[in-house]
Write a new protein. Structure first.
Length: 327
């Protein structure tokens, strides 16, 4: 393709660039899986100082992959540099829970990472910036980043719940002995944690309502999807990385290019379905025209309301725990 017929490069920032998820994610971005097969990408890799050398190694390997769409790579430990002119950001790097660390400590430690990153996004990113937070606790990290990003609309900050969505699709397809592509209207509500509610109430297979027995749904499906991360660690011996990266690709691709029906994304609540306004929670969404829109007008049963409320209560408690970072 001649240079003049190519689109303008999209600038993409990935944090935690030397980590496991990024090691899969960066290759998918550079190959055109997110922004399109004719859209050049310029990557900015952000790492903590102790890991910038490893990130340089990742950049060397990306170069060695000779992606025709990859037109530049920057490695830095400066958030201001990494987010300068960014059109899209994957916030993957986060502080893992250490031995004996309470959830409140984890929230606070991560708040100290995501607050400054949000500030840098507000000051330096492009006006069309789209952010997906992968690093846990993802929903509340996204809330903190959004709060610190002055003049960036809160709807530009989202958290990854597409992996939960994909896990739900995979489990249901196995149960029904069908293809994942036959399934639609599946969603995961709430927090990216064990309280999440993978919801099959509206699910369809090849356009017809899904019919599964209630005990499989409540006793096997919901806990299995919600605790799939632990199951992967147990079987694989280390935490999921490629599937998380793949879900992040799905999330950003749909946001940019539009979704094929329902998808799950954690987006800022407008108060729909009793989810407190301002919380970043998983909803059934449809992506179109560069926006994630919450699916409106669904009639919820008492069972659904209770499950959603349990997860929203956890999000509320997380928001309270980091209240001093949101002041
Ligand atoms: P990973 O790349 O495996 O994971 C990164 C983050 O993604 C973790 O918070 C992890 O949460 C989260 N995550 C979300 N969904 C999933 C999922 N389904 N499966 C697994 N993880 C998930 O971590 P690494 O330790 O390999 O790499 C992290 C990198 O981030 C390190 O290189 C570190 O130096 C860097 N870092 C960078 C920062 C920055 O750029 N400023 C700040 C802090 C760290 P969980 O811990 O719950 O598994």
């Amino acid at each position: 393709m001649s240079e003049s017929s190519q689109s303008r490069p999209v600038k993409v920032t990935v944090t935690g660039a030397a980590g496991n998820i990024a090691y899969s994610l960066l290759w998918r971005i550079a190959s055109g899986d997110v922004f399109g097969k004719d859209v050049p990408v310029e990557l900015a890799l952000l790492e903590i100082p102790a890991a910038t050398r490893a990130a340089e190694g990742v950049a060397m390997e990306l170069g060695d992959s000779a992606f025709p769409l990859l037109c530049g790579i920057t490695v830095t430990d400066s958030a201001d540099t990494a987010f300068d002119g960014a059109n899209a950001a994957f916030l993957v790097g986060a502080k893992p829970r250490g031995k004996g660390m309470e959830r409140a400590d984890l929230l606070a430690e991560n708040g100290r990472i995501f607050g400054p990153q949000g500030k840098a996004i507000g000051e330096h990113a492009a006006s069309d910036i789209k952010v997906v937070v992968v690093g846990n606790p993802a929903n509340t990290n996204a809330l903190i980043a959004a709060h610190h990003a002055q003049d960036v609309p809160a709807e530009r900050f989202t958290a990854l719940m597409r992996l939960d969505h994909n896990r739900a699709l995979s489990q249901l397809a196995q149960k029904l002995d069908c293809q994942v592509g036959d399934l639609s209207r599946v969603a995961v509500w709430g927090n990216h944690s064990a309280t999440q509610f993978p919801d099959l109430t509206f699910a369809e297979v090849a356009g017809s309502p899904v019919d599964v027995d209630q005990s499989w749904y409540t006793d096997e499906f919901i806990p299995r999807v919600a605790k799939r991360g632990a199951e992967i660690i147990d079987v694989r011996g280390s935490s999921s990385a490629a599937s998380a990266a793949s879900a992040a690709v799905d999330h950003m691709r749909d946001w940019v290019q539009g979704s094929d029906g329902w998808a799950t994304a954690a987006v800022v609540s407008d108060g729909s379905y009793g989810v407190d306004e301002g919380l970043i929670a998983g909803f059934p969404t449809i992506a179109r025209d560069g926006r994630y829109e919450i699916v409106q007008g669904l009639e919820l049963s008492d069972f659904q309301r209770q499950r959603i409320e349990a997860s929203v209560a956890e999000l509320r408690a997380e928001r309270e725990a980091v209240g001093d970072l949101l002041g």
